[in-house]
Write a protein that binds this ligand. Structure first.
Ligand code: NAP
Length: 363
């Protein structure tokens, strides 16, 4: 008999460990498959009910309603056929790999009758790795892309979406190729450009360049510090889409070069970019809709944050995001509060104004 609430997670690193942790908080039975030392840690952290080493995967998959493959991309691809051999009827198998086409094509090839495969990519994570950094709230409010196969029944997608929604994830269903095309444009190409920009500086053999490259240059190249080990599999499993994005970008660079003396054409390029940037959600993880912001002028004094959140709590309004901006010692600064509803933002602003705070609503 299939256990409707039993989940098996394979590869208990940052993402796999966080899934275990989050499921356990929802009182779901979790079995973990990983290396021996990792399993020991997971048991110590009480984020799995039972642990198995990779050689015991067959046993771990038996009677699981859901299986999540959370190892590196190439390992997920290599493991799919074995997982399908071991899982039972009606099991929904998913993965968390950052590219989706190769994984979904491989799954299509090996998927047995009666089991289901749905690719997954949580838009959550960090530069940190390993089970030590597992966080049960990692998926809260994060977009979680699901990429079903052409013949995956809707009821299987609904089952998986329902499970992940328990963790606070916002489900977005996409075709695998579209996911990879978007990822190439908004994540993979920017990563490569950041790497090239940093190397452009490395090519200058005077420290004067480095000393003057503060501010904007540092901001633009922040992601250039990422390790190639993280990107190796992502690039090799999305070469086609990344190649297309590079071609497109190369054309834009050539065009830019050709209009350097044409002030009107350059102005248009800048204005188009400014308009486009305004349409990008600011304070959201992944593809989420933007939040409605309230900016509050605050004093640099003890308990200020508590006073403000208490006023909002008293009016039963849910704060979605909070950020202290520009606080200078002795002078105070701005507190940014994000709300998912425009009405909540307005209510919060009125409540804070009523007790004397200077407030701006940004809509
Ligand atoms: P991670 O913290 O390094 O965890 C991966 C785990 O997989 C390791 O803890 C390791 O556990 C196991 N593993 C099995 N074979 C491995 C191998 N050959 N090399 C390294 N580890 C191996 O990585 P992660 O950030 O959780 O990423 C896991 C997956 O999530 C990847 O497919 C990635 O594309 C995807 N993803 C990551 C992020 C992110 O920001 N981190 C976001 C979205 C999706 P054992 O030592 O116990 O075997």
């Amino acid at each position: 008999m299939e256990n409707q609430t039993s989940v098996t997670v394979v590869g208990l690193g940052l993402i796999g460990g966080s899934l275990c942790h989050a499921f356990k908080r929802e009182h779901i039975t979790v079995k973990g498959v990983s290396g021996g030392k990792t399993i020991e840690k997971a048991i110590g952290m009480q984020i799995i009910d039972e642990g198995f080493e990779y050689g015991e995967m067959r046993e771990a998959l038996r009677n699981s309603a859901f299986v999540f493959l959370c190892t590196p991309l190439k390992d997920i691809i290599a493991r799919l056929s074995e997982v399908f051999e071991c899982c039972g009827k009606n099991t929904v198998v998913s993965d968390v790999g950052s590219t989706k086409s190769v994984i979904c094509k491989t799954a299509e090839k090996y998927l047995p009758r009666g089991a289901y495969f749905i690719g997954g990519h949580p838009m959550a994570g960090s530069e940190k790795r390993g089970i030590e950094n597992a966080n049960p709230y990692l998926f809260y409010d994060a977009v979680y892309v699901l990429t079903p196969l052409k013949n995956t029944p809707k009821k299987a997608v609904k089952r998986l979406s329902g499970l992940l929604s328990l963790l606070g994830a916002k489900i977005m269903v996409l075709e695998p190729g579209l996911h990879d095309m978007i990822a190439a444009s908004v994540s993979h190409l920017p990563q490569l450009i950041a790497v090239l920009l940093a190397n452009h500086l490395a090519g200058k053999n005077s420290d004067l360049y480095r000393n003057l490259a503060a501010g904007g240059f540092r901001d633009m190249t922040r992601i250039a510090s990422s390790s190639y080990d993280v990107w190796k599999d992502i690039i090799s499993t999305n070469i086609g889409q990344i190649g297309d994005s590079i071609n497109d970008f190369q054309n834009r660079l050539s065009h830019l070069h050709s209009i350097l003396e044409d002030e009107q054409a350059l102005r248009e390029v800048f204005e188009k970019a400014r308009r486009e940037r305004h349409t990008i959600p600011r304070y959201s993880k992944g593809f989420l809709k933007p939040l409605f912001d309230v900016r509050v002028s605050v004093k640099d004094r003890a308990g200020e944050l508590a006073r403000i959140t208490n006023v909002i709590y008293y009016h039963d309004i849910n704060i979605k995001d909070i950020e202290i901006v520009n606080i200078r010692e002795g002078e105070g600064g701005i507190l940014r509060l994000g709300f998912s509803l425009q009405n909540d933002a307005r209510k919060a602003a009125e409540a804070l104004e009523a007790v004397g705070y200077g407030v701006v609503v940004v809509e």
